[in-house]
Design a protein around this ligand. Structure first.
Ligand code: ACO
Length: 428
């Protein structure tokens, strides 16, 4: 395989080095192109632009492959736990039993948040969207742990910031929901595992002895594994680019949460349930909504369908579809919107419009159905996604720092007016 590409422009030939990854993916290195030729490359939405070399997640959108640090998502979802996967993503390898016990103990130790953060939480109106509350609370950590502001401090300090955010995120996530409900918050119970502790803080009341259903805790654990990383997507790129200015880990994660919020990214699972509810309320005619999605004069899109990278199938969607069936069976729930979702999928997969454009269900098509079955309200879905994606964001931030990557700063082609003469206000 050649390790140089040639670009011909205006009678000149430019040699561009080609980089090859460990799965033989290749990219043309254009960093010096502007200095040599005056040219930049244009790629709105970065659809075909590599921003980094990363050893964390490999995905092949054509073959439907997703691996964290070389381990298949199927194996991890089937055999691992979310905390183990978090360790794997952040530190690069699966932990030994001893290393894992230490990691879990450290995370358990830091679950409690400063009482003054509760006062900040109290300042939010009770109908505040939990995503806004979550990103604010995460950013507040910069105030409570000022040493975290400098990402160039010792590794022990940086690692402590990592442990703190992993430990406190379930507390923040559950409290953002309690705030929305106007209910008193529940403090963490460090005897419980990561997901059970979160569920108790979500659904428990100070006056009851809330027992976590192990079926629900295990379903949640699987969902979080499936969302833990997905290489250079919108929110992860945001985390890396904010971090590249040497802003703190907490501010980078807070920015990532905001990037995840939109309906074209993490907000899609909420949009899927709203769409399925809309179809149900309209009488359940899936064909009518498929037609709307295909109509270019109609802004309606089939939410949970299509993916920037997966153009064959989303491996996470396969695992989740089965998990949705399992969880609903185990909990004895018969949710009519699951049937609508399956019918919609079947119709779309046999429709030329979707086949031609390689539009398949993505991870969010079925995740909302599981969240609903385990009692998570719709507006909390994106928060759940953020909880799952946290280890990926941390791993990507850490890698970006360790690689000493330069500050992110894309170029542009200017299309505005050329130099104009300024006219004073009183003469316009
Ligand atoms: N419903 C109907 N048509 C669609 C859909 C959809 N869900 N998705 C894409 N298309 C069509 C587009 O209209 C376009 O058609 P055209 O070629 O005739 O103009 C074509 O398919 C390509 O679509 P793009 O928007 O160019 O694809 P892109 O890769 O930029 O977008 C995205 C991917 C944003 C995920 C898109 O498919 C979408 O909006 N899906 C619905 C939202 C969603 O589920 N987001 C979750 C993504 S997964 C995640 O973030 C975890």
């Amino acid at each position: 395989m050649s390790d140089t590409a040639e670009l011909k422009f205006n009678g000149n030939t430019y040699q561009l080095p080609v980089i090859t990854g460990s799965e033989n993916e290749q990219g043309i290195q254009i960093s010096n192109l502007r200095a040599e030729s005056g040219l930049i490359t244009m790629d709105p939405g970065f659809k075909n632009t590599g921003s980094t070399q990363s050893a964390i997640t490999f995905l092949d959108g054509e073959k439907g492959i997703l691996r964290y640090r070389g381990y298949s998502i199927e194996d991890l979802a089937d055999r691992s736990t979310f905390l183990e996967v978090a360790y794997l993503l952040i530190y690069g390898d699966l932990p030994s039993a001893e290393a894992f016990a230490k990691f879990r103990q450290e995370i358990t130790f830091h679950t409690l948040v400063h009482e003054d953060i509760k006062k900040i939480l109290d300042g939010f109106p009770s109908n505040a969207h939990p995503m806004g509350v979550l990103s604010s609370l995460v950013c507040t950590l910069t105030a409570f742990y000022p040493k975290s502001l400098d990402p160039n401090r010792s590794w022990d300090e940086v690692n402590l910031s990592i442990i703190r955010i992993l430990a406190k995120m379930p507390t923040f996530a559950a409290w953002s929901y309690k705030n929305e409900m106007g209910h008193p918050v529940i403090y963490p119970d460090n005897k419980l595992d990561y997901c059970s502790n979160f569920l108790r803080m979500m659904f428990g009341l100070p006056t009851d002895n809330y027992e976590v259903d192990p079926v629900v805790a295990s379903a949640l654990d699987k969902l979080l594994i499936l969302h833990a990383d997905h290489e250079q997507n919108c929110s992860t790129s945001t985390v890396r680019i904010v971090g590249s200015s040497q802003a703190s880990l907490y501010s980078a994660i807070s920015a990532g949460i905001n990037a995840l919020w939109g309906p074209l990214h993490g907000g899609a699972n909420q949009a899927v349930i709203e769409m399925l509810e809309q179809i149900k309320a309209d009488g359940g005619d899936t064909a009518k909504f498929i037609a709307k999605a295909k109509d270019k004069n109609d802004s309606f899109r089939l939410m949970g369908f299509g993916h920037r990278v997966y153009k064959n199938f989303d491996p996470r969607a396969k695992i989740i579809k089965k998990a949705a069936d399992d969880v609903l069976n185990k909990l004895g729930i018969n949710d009519p919107i699951l049937e609508i979702a399956k019918k919609l999928e079947e119709t779309a997969l046999n429709d030329e419009y979707f086949v031609e454009r390689k539009l398949y269900p993505n991870v969010d098509f079925y995740s909302g159905i599981i969240y609903r079955a385990i009692g998570i309200p719709t507006e909390m879905f994106t928060v759940m996604f953020a909880l799952g994606r946290l280890p990926g964001w941390i791993a990507q931030w850490k890698e970006m720092r360790e690689n000493r990557e330069p500050i992110g700063r894309p170029r542009q082609i200017y299309t505005g007016p050329q130099l104009r003469e300024y006219v004073d206000l009183n003469k316009r």
